[in-house]
Design a protein around this ligand. Structure first.
Ligand code: PMP
Length: 417
């Protein structure tokens, strides 16, 4: 039996009660406004409890033990896989491979599927707004096999240029890999449309949904992609949990990524044969406790309802963009408020370095990130070296946005003095 998850508090201010870490205040009695959820979200008590009771009551290595605890741990692990499959509407849990994070999931595809299918002279298409995790794995593949990489351009307001996509698709790329939602701009890309066009051009398509899955309802069957990757730690789950979803026929035809225990059918000194998927791609002892935590997090989000999560974050983003627009000297990057701007806001403040902005905000107990956000090509395109980024999750509220705006004004006062 899966751990029973109590119904979460509804979205909005009261949901903060579900997240113990948000109860802390700084030495000046200011509440914590955690606005770095795009980097990693906080965890509700139900997730912490699920991990804790797994270790307190059920922990054992899985799949190999012929004793009760091992069977129970195996059942918890496979239930979590089922939970992942339901959350993204996969056709089968076998299509869901546990990885450490999005980065590992993309490397798995690039190395396993890529080395088997991408040849000298083939074209790999990524985008100018990709995270380094969806750039470097393809570069490693391209270098190994002699393929070429080209990037879809973006418009000045941070949207993918679909004409530029079309021009690249005319060259019949082998792979199209793109971000569902930009971690640096908040742009929600028209994933279904991009996938449709890329498939029509004969490409295999990977969606980097590290920022899509936390903010939008994701239905892999409706999207029609071949692979989709996301990180557990951004969807309220423990660090160390991630997922690669892939179409079963593709996964079944792929060679292993890592070799070792758990992924084999038979090993002889000279050669080995492989287990079926998903075990083929889960070499070694997996992070069972983290997977259990991921299952609990996805149940919690399902009860909140991802459509409601998405609407909540969109409304909050709209409010934040309005508030920041009132501040002279603040430049916001990315699309204007609307359905294609998810809860990530990147900005610069005139005459103040993004790190200094973040540092003043930290003094007010407002946690944001500053830097290139692992998107150096995007920063180069925007003509900046860094931005300050505020990002939302289910527990973010208008008070967080007001505190952000007030802290920016404080930074402006300090640096004007
Ligand atoms: N892609 C995007 C769009 C991301 O935002 C991130 C995390 N910042 C990643 C990939 C990599 O995720 P992880 O570090 O969990 O592997």
């Amino acid at each position: 039996m899966a751990t029973t998850i109590p119904a979460p508090t509804t979205l909005g201010a009261s949901i903060r009660r579900d997240f113990p870490i948000l109860q802390q205040e700084n030495e000046r009695g200011q509440r914590l406004s955690f606005l770095d959820s795009a980097a990693s979200s906080q965890k509700p008590q139900v997730v912490i409890d699920a991990v804790s009771s797994y270790y307190a009551e059920e922990n054992a290595n899985i799949h190999r033990g012929v004793y009760t605890l091992s069977e129970r741990a195996t059942a918890r692990y496979e239930e979590a896989r089922q939970e992942v499959a339901s959350f993204i509407n996969a056709a089968s849990p076998k299509e869901c491979i546990f990885t450490r994070n999005t980065t590992e999931a993309i490397n798995l595809v690039a190395q396993s599927w890529g080395r088997a299918n991408v040849r000298n002279g083939d074209l790999i298409v990524i985008t100018e707004m990709d995270h380094h995790s969806n750039i470097v794995p393809w570069q490693l593949l391209a270098e190994a096999v002699g393929a070429e990489i080209a990037a879809v351009g973006i418009s000045d307001d941070g949207r993918l240029d679909l004409e530029s996509l079309n021009r690249l698709l005319a060259r019949e790329p082998k792979v199209v890999a793109f971000p569902h939602v930009s971690n640096a701009l908040g742009t929600v890309n028209p994933a279904a449309e991009i996938i449709r066009r890329a498939k029509q051009a004969g490409a295999t398509v990977l969606v980097d949904s590290a920022q899509g899955t936390p903010h939008l309802p994701v239905d892999v069957r409706a999207l029609g992609a071949d692979f989709l990757a996301f990180s557990g730690h951004k969807v309220l789950a423990p660090m160390g949990s991630g997922v690669l979803w892939g179409r079963l026929d593709l996964l079944q035809a792929m060679p292993p990524f890592l070799g070792g225990g758990g992924m084999i059918r038979k090993v002889e000194i000279g050669r080995s044969t492989w287990a079926d998927v998903p075990a083929r791609f889960e070499a070694g002892t997996p992070a069972v406790g983290d997977a259990v935590g991921l299952g609990a997090a996805l149940r919690y989000l399902t009860r909140l309802d991802m459509a409601a999560v998405s609407a909540h974050e969109e409304a909050l983003t709209r409010y934040a963009l309005e508030r920041l627009a009132e501040l002279p000297g603040v430049t916001v990057f990315g699309p204007p408020a609307g359905e294609d701007h998810a809860g990530v806001i990147s900005f610069t403040v005139e005459e103040i370095h993004p790190h200094d902005v973040a540092s003043v905000l930290n003094g007010e107990n407002v946690a944001v990130r500053a830097g290139h956000h692992c998107c150096q090509p995007l920063m180069a395109r925007l003509g900046v070296v860094a931005t300050t980024r505020a990002s939302f999750s289910v527990y973010s509220d208008r008070d967080d946005v007001d505190r952000l705006a007030e802290a920016i004004m404080k930074a402006q006062r300090i640096f004007a003095a």
